[in-house]
Write a protein that binds this ligand. Sequence first.
Ligand code: SF4
Length: 303
Amino acid sequence: MAYPPRAPVPVVVPPAPLPERPWSASAIEDFLGCPLRYWWRKVAGWQTPSTVPMVTGRAVHLALEHLLELPPDERLPERAEVFLAEAIASELAEAGPHIAEAEVTSGAEAAMAAYWQTEVPADIEVAPDGLEMTVEVPLRGLPFLGYIDRVAVVDTGLRVTDYKTGAPKPRYWWGYWRQQMLYAAALDALDSPVAEVELLYLKQPRAVTRPVYPAAVGRALAELETAQEQRAAMAEADTWEARPGPLCRYCDFASVCPSQRGRAPAPGSAESDAQLIEVGLTRREHAPTEGDLLDMLDDEGRS
Ligand code: SF4
């Protein structure tokens, strides 16, 4: 069903400093999707509980990481099966009992079955340190952090791959590619130029590859700069834009969002916070540690 676009709504929030950590590619996507949602998550520190798709995505990513760590001739379905079972068990244990084990297991097994239809893992030449790679580098003078699923060596050079365990969503394609182009820019800044980027969809098995065009990288970097300027201006004014759209249907903050409820309590007020706690959200009360940061990247990037 089409979701009618609505005008952005300026929302006043209590003063709060911007996060000091580098801006991750997925946080940039978060901000561009809806700055107010970004404010709740990244500035006010609200954390959303794990969901079945998140746990499924993390388990599949972990199993694929272990599979591709093996020598090529040992990357076999039976090894993947064991890695997946172990990954499901560890991710379920971490997520807690509210997650339905059967749903995670069936989703993860379906994704792994789809994986074997998209590529031959024995043919993948993983670049040195190319699995679950963290890159931190300034882009256009802005601190940037990327968490890359896989970097491989292909005929044309390096290829960055992102696993997607959710269904392809054509309306978000440029967002996916923007993220990939920022990874390419980050690796280029680290003297590892990337020739192509790839999205490996594991729900409806499909691999989509694109060359890294300078124009596409330039567009992604320009949008990063614009997002940075908009974020600074919103923080300065303590007024963040709610951007109602298709994401609202899945947004954990919809029940207290002024764009969705005319009589919603002011974001950041005791009443708004109490309602968020009631719907199962928790709030980080300290500056994020390195471990928190990796958890956040996990949550953001692995679905
Ligand atoms: S409900 Fe929609 S407009 Fe409100 S914060 Fe969430 S995504 Fe943004």
